[in-house]
Design a protein around this ligand. Structure first.
Ligand code: ASP
Length: 580
């Protein structure tokens, strides 16, 4: 070894020991006759001292070491005169008597500090330098530790980690596939897995009744905020289970993880149906760290001459506790917030429940005090509260009010960092109607089982069929989703036909699975969690990128590699692909 210790482990207990350290020069500063170098590696920072009186030549050499040079230093551990309480090695320093430059460095394009002066783009281009910074490094360490905990837990309850291939045939998860041309089968293509869905189902048929895998998945989606074209799932499947068994099993996992990595104890994970989530929170992934549930007000507000409400499908409100003292300016800002193009609401109605028991509202012209009192009663609003009301088409207005609810939650400090509120959302619809293409799509994926009691509805009213599907949401972010699967060939064929596949198309694309169903397929179900996202949520981070060593940017580019890039014509020729 070129070193005897790392830069993070020497303490007062090592005083007088002769040691050798290696690392990067973080800082180099001269103070009178002394030269100090902060030497950094993955484990920490140790102060090196060069004394110009006792060793002038060595001091002179070290003076020229620039930032990020890689050096090896030998010397004796000494107690520090000026102790630094902020770092574990702050009690000691190394009195260097020999130093070797292992490699020089260009001046880095940004400072390797916790608060770097480098912008996002620059740091991505030089990601290998960005990775030297503590915040990024800590995230990767966290990810590693979480991975170990996950594997231990899963393994302890009998799950086997089994790898599945990356070069496969398309598996629909609702996104576009990345495809890979085959040289040996020209004109034909593999697809990269959007998830190992069909493989894990095949593994159930093979009898591996508890499978999991921490696995990369690939989806060619238009990158909305905080998505990556390749990301990692904790993919799981079990045989001989019903929905309740899956929920219980993974509730155990989530509780374990929260306790282990966050020291947060939760009793049980509450459940809400999809319909209730939409009705009470306007979305299928509610943040339940705070209440502020929707109250539907059609029956209280459609009886006067106010066309905006009378023409609306839904009039719905939320209560912001103790906000009746909001100023005109604050209320206008909220109105502007919902009118932003991203939200697109026509306006916002407010009712201030004043301390004296009277009401003041933006619709005083149309509604009297009795009307407003009735609204406040329905909302359970008290004196001092503010009621915010929106109206419009059901789906749209729910989405808009959901945004406002989250914004109010944020403004009022109700979405607390460090608080974790997981939630199961269950009873999803099986299908989703798409106006544009005038057909149904699978809400989860085509292998999800309808609720047995709804199967007959597949012929008469497919839109009303509910699925044995569930999502796990933490603090308003979807962390995982899964379902009980179809395990019967006829029902699977029926599902494909509802989704618009001809029998031939279904056989062509999914023949392998339909055939396998004929050889003793056990009832099964599972779930997959977003690993990157789970890391981000547990660290209260906005972005999954922070937990991926080499992420891509918002246009799916790796700016460090400059990928994707063109390839040589010769390479295309080999694949039988004509150049564009
Ligand atoms: N394969 C699904 C997904 O990626 C998860 C599952 O159904 O287990 O969303």
């Amino acid at each position: 070894m070129l070193r005897t210790y790392t830069c993070g482990e020497l303490t007062i207990n090592h005083i007088n020991q002769q040691v050798t350290l290696c690392g990067w020069v973080q800082k180099n500063r001269k103070l009178g006759g002394m030269l100090f170098i902060d030497l950094r590696d993955r484990y920490g920072i140790t102060q090196l001292v060069f004394n110009s009186e006792s060793n002038a030549e060595l001091c002179k050499t070290a003076e020229h070491f620039g930032r990020e040079w890689v050096i090896q230093a030998k010397g004796v551990v000494a107690e520090r005169y000026n102790k630094n309480k902020n770092i574990p090695t702050g009690d000691i320093e190394i009195l260097v008597d020999e130093v070797t430059v292992l490699n020089k460095s260009e001046v880095p394009p940004f400072t390797i500090e916790d608060e770097s002066d480098g912008g996002d783009e620059l740091r991505m281009k030089y990601r290998y330098l960005d990775l030297r910074r503590n915040p990024v490094k800590n995230n990767l360490v966290f990810r590693h530790n979480l991975g170990i905990e996950l594997r231990n837990y899963m393994s302890n309850i009998g799950f086997l980690e089994i790898e599945t291939p990356f070069l496969i045939k398309s598996t629909p998860e609702g996104a576009r596939d990345f495809i890979v041309p085959s040289r040996m089968n020209q004109g034909e293509f593999y697809a990269l897995p959007q998830s190992p869905q069909t493989f894990k189902q095949l593994l159930m048929i093979s009898g591996y009744d508890r499978y999991f895998q921490i696995v990369r998945c690939f989806r060619d989606e238009d990158l909305r905020a905080d998505r990556q074209p390749e990301f990692t799932q904790i993919d799981c499947e079990m045989s001989f289970v019903e929905q309740e068994d899956v929920l219980q099993t993974f509730e155990g996992l989530i509780k374990y993880i929260l306790k282990k990595v966050k020291n947060v104890e939760i009793e049980s994970i509450p459940r809400i149906t999809f319909d209730d989530a939409m009705r009470l929170y306007g979305c299928d992934k509610p943040d339940i760290r705070f209440e502020m549930q929707f109250v539907e007000l059609n029956d209280r507000l459609k009886h006067r001459e106010f066309p905006v409400f009378n023409n609306a499908e839904l009039v719905v409100g939320i209560v912001a506790k103790e906000c009746a003292n909001y100023t005109r300016k604050q209320l206008d800002a909220l109105t502007d917030f919902v009118k932003r193009p991203q939200i697109g609401a026509g306006g916002l109605v407010y009712v201030l429940c004043q301390q004296d028991g009277t009401f003041k509202s933006s619709i005083d012209k149309f509604y009297d005090q009795e009307d407003l009192k009735a609204v406040a009663e329905k909302c359970n609003a008290e004196a001092g509260d503010l009621i915010l009301i929106m109206s419009g088409e059901i789906e749209k207005v729910r989405k808009q009010l959901c945004e406002l609810r989250l914004e109010m939650g944020k403004q009022l400090g109700l979405r607390k960092a460090g608080e974790y509120k997981p939630l199961w959302v269950i009873d999803f619809p099986l299908l989703e109607w798409d106006e544009e293409t005038q057909r149904y799509y699978a809400k989860h994926h085509p292998f999800t089982s309808p609720k047995p009691e709804h199967i007959t509805l597949l012929d008469t009213d497919p839109g009303a069929v509910n699925a044995n599907a569930y999502d796990l949401v933490i603090n308003g972010t979807e962390i995982g989703g899964g379902s009980i699967r179809i395990f019967n060939k006829e029902l699977q064929q029926k599902m494909f036909s509802v989704l618009g596949f001809t029998p031939e198309e279904a056989q062509h694309q999914f023949g392998f699975l339909l055939n396998a169903f004929q050889y003793g397929c056990p009832p099964h179900g599972g779930i997959a969690f977003g690993f990157d996202r789970l890391c981000a949520i547990l660290c209260d981070s906005e972005s999954i990128r922070d937990f991926i060593a080499f992420p891509k940017n918002n246009s799916g580019r790796d700016t460090m590699l400059d990928a994707p890039s063109v390839v040589a014509q010769a390479q295309l020729d080999e694949l039988g692909i004509k150049s564009i």
